[in-house]
Structure formats: C-alpha cells, structure tokens
Design a protein around this ligand. Structure first.
Ligand SMILES: Cc1cc2nc3c(=O)[nH]c(=O)nc-3n(C[C@H](O)[C@H](O)[C@H](O)COP(=O)(O)O)c2cc1C
Length: 471
C-alpha cells in the first residue's frame, strides 16, 4: 500500500464531520460575470444542434420535482434540516444523472474546434441558462484530444458541493460521479462517435480551463467525432474473410485497446445461464430517477434481471482496463434464480453463485438508513461492483482509486438506465457498510465493494409529481 489513495480507502468509508456547513454556499451552478456567452437552442431535443442536445443530456436541468418534508424524512431522519419559511412549497430541480445528496458536483466544459457548431474556444456549459460561457477563444483541442476529434467535452467536479455534506468522503463521491457522468455521455452522445478517457494530463487541462485545482478536479474527457456525410457503399466483401482479417488486424494494432489487469481467476461456483435481452439505455435516460419510497417487494422476472445485468456489465468505449471491476450482486425473489449472492460474468452472460441463502437479513445489517433498510426487505437486486485495489494500483499508480471508482459508478449508472428502460426502479446508495458485505462475499486481499444500487418494482407510494423540462 503506497499511494495516498490506498490510505484514504482504508480510513474513509463513511462521511466525516463538517465543522461549519454554513461556510459552503448552496450555489450549484458557476457564474462568470462579464464573460461572452453563446446561447444554445432550447428546447434542446429539436433537430439542428447536436452539441446542445448532448450537453442537456449530460448536465442540463431537465426535471423538476415538488417535495414535502415528509418526502425527506426517510433521508434526513428528522425535520430539523427542513427550511421553516415555506415548508410545503419545496420545488427542486433535477438533472438527468443521479448525484449524492443531489449536490451535483459535476460540471461540463467544451473545447470546440472549427466544426463544433459553436465558436472555436474553451467554454463552460451553464445548465441554468443552457448557454456556453466563453473562457478562451481559438482552437485548443490539441491539449485534450488523443486522436481526431471535432469537439472535446471535459468533465470536472466542484469538490466543496459534496464536502459540505460528506466531509472527507467527498473525494470518493466525485470519483464515483465522474463515472456516472461518462456513462451518461457515452449513451446520449452515441451518434457523435464518442470515446472517453480517464487518463490524461490533468495539470494541463486544469490550467487550460482556468480552474483552481484545490476546488475543482478535471476527471474525464469525452472526444466526439461525428460521422461525415455518407458515401456510396460498395459491394459486400463477406466472401473474402481472410483478406479482411489481415486488414482488420493492422487496424486493431494501430489503436490497441487497454490491456486487462492481472485479475484473480474466477472461483468455480455453480453457473446460471441468463436469457439474452438487449436493453435500450438511451430510452432509460428519459425516465431514470432515484426511487423515493423503496420497492413493492413483487417478484422480478429473469428476463428483467438479464436486461439490468447486461447494462451493468456492458463494455465502455474508454481507456480503462475491461476488468477493472468485478460485477457482484445479490438476488432476492427473482423467478428461476435461487436467492443468494452472485458474481455476474459479462463475457459469459452468466451468474456464478458466491453465497447461497436468503440475503435479506445480511443486507439489513449493512444498511445504515431506514430507506436502505426498506430496500433490504423489498428490492430484488442489489448491485455491488467490486475492485481489487492491489491490481489497480499496480497499473494506474496514484490514479488507481479515481479510475476504479469511476468504473464502479459507470457500471451502476448503466444498470439503472437499463432498469429504467424496462420499467424497473433503482436507487444508488452510499449509506451501506460495504465491508460487512465484503465479508459475506468472501472478498480477500484488497478486493472491496465500492458502491451499491438497489433495484426492484417501484413502491406504489414512491412516484412524486415530476415535470420533464425538456421532453
Ligand atoms: C454516488 C451516489 C451516492 C448516493 N447515495 C445515496 C444514499 O446514500 N442514500 C440515498 O437515499 N440516495 C443516494 N443517492 C441518490 C441521490 O440522492 C439521488 O440521485 C439524488 O437525490 C437525485 O435524484 P435523482 O437520482 O432522482 O435524479 C446517491 C447517488 C449517487 C450518485
């Protein structure tokens, strides 16, 4: 254990005290007074401005909800934090992506070139006004792009927004949330041929965006290269596979994918075949929300389970090792699958039994708040991505913690999108004692559960009035 991050992981598992929460402003959108602005067309889904649609789809203010203090009680445990001045008219704005405590630490910047639909330059995406704020003019893509890219999106996290609530644990959450942001970007920008990078020259990009590195961290880069106009397609070459194979091998060598880690071999537990179901993650982005009242406890079908797990384990077009995390889960009341703890193997699309038996009691022991405990009784599926700190540290050095947690956040978000696309509710939870589950999963060495999501049929009292602001 050599890195700062390794010590941090061992020490920080739950929020730490925040001496003066009032010292942190509630502002969750940045402002740049006096800087030139470039409005984007609203509503964003209208045809004609692809970049505007992508930006609203990752970071826009796309939903609003009306909540009462009673809605917040399962999260806060008391009415103390509820404002007294007008407690029944509580309108909250929401984004397309989940965020710990709805603190929305994530920001997006645009590095535009001459073909970017907006003036070349470095811009901040202002979600409140759906505008770009120009920070620099000129073409600066060479600092951020690893290959041909028309536009480069840069994802950052404003640390104090999470620190105000979670203390030292803010860093863990920003890493998880950057993975969520990247997973969302790869879905909503699918037509722009996106590729993400989580390993890049951080210091250069921080400087280019003009950020104070103590306040805001650059966590990911998404390069966009939309297709050129379609040309006449020639006749099929399917009859000449050997020649095609040689050509494909040269192409693959010219851009090698990330090497797998030296991961521990899988155990030989009983395997369960799953049906093949292709979830529509893009459809999921339109209805995903965090379940407000837990789940009904109805049984889940094996097809639904398979759809969610397909999203969970789906590969991403990014620069991280494909096996940076393992895909663990707990199953309860899924037709055709015995209750218990499992590891999902995406390549085989099969579940491997890790620990048999009714898991609900175990899950309840690990759950901290009443809402999480309710999910222990009523959710059908708990997803728990697991990472091996030793293998990740060997490959990524100081960066290991950040990329491993990003991979975990991305996997859970893909699963939540897949779930939403088949009408299943979800909620990501960090208020879980993951080390209690680690013991049950029999995780040895430095393998640890990183975050958890609960999924099931939404509790009938859970749906809250919610207005979609864009579609
Ligand atoms: C990293 C992360 C951790 C979270 N932890 C919790 C949690 O511990 N308890 C909880 O009730 N919700 C948790 N959430 C869910 C957020 O509260 C929820 O996403 C946020 O209120 C926004 O609502 P939405 O997901 O419907 O957009 C978490 C979300 C994220 C991304």
């Amino acid at each position: 254990m050599t890195t700062e991050a390794s010590r941090y992981q061992e020490d920080i598992r739950t929020p730490t005290e925040v001496a003066d929460p009032q010292a942190y402003p509630r502002r969750i959108v940045k402002s740049y007074p006096g800087a030139p602005r470039h409005p984007l067309p609203w509503p964003p889904e209208q045809p004609g401005h692809r970049l505007g649609r992508v930006l609203a789809g990752v970071g826009g203010i796309t939903r609003s909800q009306w909540l009462t203090p009673l809605d917040m009680l399962p999260f806060t445990g008391s009415f103390e934090t509820i404002p007294d001045n007008d407690p029944l008219q509580w309108l909250v704005t929401r984004r397309p992506t989940p965020s710990g405590g709805a603190r929305y630490s994530a920001e997006w910047y645009v590095i535009a070139g001459p073909d970017s639909e907006v003036p070349a330059g470095v811009h901040y995406y202002d979600p409140a006004r759906h505008e770009l704020v120009q920070l620099r003019s000129g073409d600066h893509r060479s600092w951020a792009a690893s290959g041909p890219a028309t536009t480069v999106l840069v994802q950052t996290n404003v640390f104090w927004r999470l620190a105000a609530k979670y203390g030292e644990m803010y860093y863990r959450l920003t890493c998880l949330e950057s993975g969520i942001q990247v997973a969302q970007a790869l879905v909503v920008a699918a037509e722009e041929n996106p590729r993400a990078r989580l390993c890049f020259p951080d210091a250069d990009l921080t400087e280019l965006l003009g950020l104070d590195p103590r306040e805001e961290g650059v966590h990911a880069v998404v390069e966009l290269l939309p297709p050129v106009p379609a040309a006449y397609g020639g006749p099929s070459l399917a009859g000449f596979p050997r020649a095609a194979g040689v050509h494909a091998a040269v192409l693959a060598q010219s851009r090698p994918g990330p090497e797998p880690l030296a991961a521990a071999p899988a155990a030989g537990g009983t395997r369960i075949d799953l049906p093949y179901v292709a979830p529509d993650l893009a459809a999921g982005t339109r209805t995903r929300h965090a379940a407000m009242r837990g789940f009904s406890g109805d049984a889940m079908s094996i097809d639904t389970l398979a759809a969610v797990l397909t999203g969970y384990g789906q590969g991403a077009r990014w620069d991280l090792a494909p096996d940076l995390i393992e895909f663990h889960c707990v199953v309860a009341d899924v037709t055709g699958v015995p209750d218990g703890a499992y590891r999902y193997h995406p390549g085989e699309h099969r579940l491997e039994l890790v620990a048999e038996g009714d898991p609900r009691h175990r899950l309840r022991e690990a759950a901290i708040t009443s809402l999480t405990q309710q999910g222990a009784r009523t959710a059908n599926l708990w997803l728990l991505p697991v990472g091996d700190a030793a293998a990740a540290e060997e490959r990524y050095g100081e960066r290991w913690y950040r990329v491993q947690h990003a991979a975990a956040g991305a996997a859970l978000h893909r699963a939540c999108l897949a779930a939403a696309s088949v009408g299943v509710a979800s909620r990501i939870h960090n208020d879980v004692l993951t080390h209690v589950l680690d013991e049950w999963f029999g995780l040895g060495g430095r393998r640890r559960g990183l975050l958890m999501a609960q999924l099931g049929t939404e509790h009938p009292a859970g749906l809250r009035p919610e207005f979609r602001l864009t579609y």
